[in-house]
Design a protein around this ligand. Sequence first.
Ligand SMILES: C[S@@+](CC[C@H](N)C(=O)[O-])C[C@H]1O[C@@H](n2cnc3c(N)ncnc32)[C@H](O)[C@@H]1O
Length: 231
Amino acid sequence: MKLVVRRHPKFEGVFWVEGFEGLRPATRNLVPGFQVYGEELIQYEGVEYRVWNPFRSKLAAAVVKDVREIFIKHGHRVLYLGSASGTTLSHVSDIVGVLGMVYGVDFSPKVMQQFIRSVVERRRNVVPVLADATKPETYSHIVGVVDVVYADVAQPRQAKLVADNCRLMLKKGGGTLLAVKARSIDSVEEPAKVVEQEVKTLAQNGFEILQTLSLEPFEKDHVMVVAVYHG
Ligand SMILES: C[S@@+](CC[C@H](N)C(=O)[O-])C[C@H]1O[C@@H](n2cnc3c(N)ncnc32)[C@H](O)[C@@H]1O
């Protein structure tokens, strides 16, 4: 069967690859010829796309599960908390394109090294920030104001951390995506209760919650919280 690539009907810069494996999300490769994490590269009508694996990326899982909004668009400035080696962040970099900018924060020097080698050195729209995301005042002067905050730090009190970052850097009306790993916050508490508590914290800090989306079967016990920041 021949592969066909179509635009995602809702999300600018996101595509569907249609072929023998069904529908798979993809982004247009900002650095043709280069993979970031061994993802499949596809050529279609003179353009190269990177297939976006929902088992490797929670944002791809959210797209496959028909999330209401991802907020990220061409030319946007994005603060990405918990960049790790840049698997998901590299697709965000594809979406915002050359006119956008993605600030990737991680506190692990080891993953930061890999991130720099596989993503930052090849992409001019990515800035690495080696810092603790619980201390946004240490890097807000580097980042400035952003359109979107994406958080996947797998840490306790993620919502509090997100609210502190948004207060300093997210524009009013900007979007937030928070991947909540329910079990890492409190391994005894029911995952649903943990998510409820995180949502409550966001609501108390000026966020309007649009959706909480389970990422099963791609990510066990993970929920994507989609919110707009009103301040
Ligand atoms: C689940 S991984 C992120 C995966 C990545 N978002 C992706 O999809 O490719 C969580 C990352 O958060 C980082 N992290 C955890 N707590 C942090 C903190 N307080 N500040 C900065 N980074 C943190 C870890 O070092 C780790 O790399």
